[in-house]
Write a new protein. Sequence first.
Length: 293
Amino acid sequence: MIRCRHGCGFVLLTTRESQSPGLSPKRPPLRCGAPQPVDGPPRLLRGNLETPALTPDPGSCSPANPVALAELNPKVIESPRSDFGLWTLDSAPPTSDRNPPAERASQTIFQRLDQREIRPYSSSEYLRRFAWRWVQWLLIRPSPPNAYSWRRLWLRLFGARLRSTSRTRPSTDIIHPWLLTVGEQTILGDRVTVYNLGAIEIGDHTAISQGAHLCAGTHDHAQPHLPLLRKPMTVGSGVWICTDSFIGPGVTIGDNSVIGARAVVVKDVPPGVIVAGNPARVVKRRNLENPKA
């Protein structure tokens, strides 16, 4: 019995198993492009099915006689050890594997999370993160939308450098206020995530629309233990970061640029351009001329 491994689900009988009246003594042809034996029937040896030389045969997986699908030998089951391997029920599969799962993982998986750094921050930083989370949930999230002074007060108490006209919304999520600098007349909209594991500096008159994600942290994928990288980010003045955009670690966005909705920015953006897409590319220059009266 040979089971096709191409996902079609057909079980094809070999000469030894096709003994029912009305069935051809010849092996049913494989027509799926899978290998098939060309000389003689297969033999069972030490619980495995040995096959002669293999050759491809294009087509579908249906046997020549559909009755053959019902004529299965109940004493033979499929083996996971080889393409055409079978085990008889009289001889159980081996109980041990030459390569246990843990050993196989160490041989084939480059990434080792068991070696990662458990505490990448200092103890004082963990305490500040804990206190800030409680302040966000209890004092900032329930605050009225226009209570900008109230939110500036708490952000400054935790080390943020804000101008008197900097504004954040109640749902703005800031991870480390002490690593945030925001300029004049700049607003961080609803559901903006400031994932500032590294320092983030935002210039004047910049708008960051709802759902945008500023990510100043990543991991070094070239190292097995994925060490934390806290790359700083700089967003210039007069920038508009549109809805649901992603700004990656270490990126600098030049003054007066526009980041299109849902763009993924992983490289520096020059001043005065409009970028869009994933990854973000320059679409055109931004028109910086004053509108005619």
